[in-house]
Design a protein around this ligand. Sequence first.
Ligand SMILES: [Zn+2]
Length: 113
Amino acid sequence: MHEFFMAESVLRIVEESARVHRLHRVTGIAIEVGELAGVDREALRLALRVVLTGSIAQEARVNLVAVPGSGRCTGCGRRVALARRYDACPACGHPGVQVTRGSELKVLEMEAS
Ligand SMILES: [Zn+2]
């Protein structure tokens, strides 16, 4: 259920940003979701629908942008694509791949009126 905590932190970011920019209604939110972040996108979408109800972003279109995982192998030094966080290096089989991309969850942009 940690998608609910994520949805709540998204709402906090959106509300804070709306306050700073004096926005009254948020019509769209784009959220970057790393494929290694351990986020169930459908659960997050559902949680956002619940959490955003009654907020300034109640009517917002939510766009979840997937970020593929990648990392650098500590064995062979190559940059490799990662489907799962603890996968071995697909090039050399070394088990230690340092994640460089795909573990993030962040609000990319907002549209407002
Ligand atoms: Zn390697």
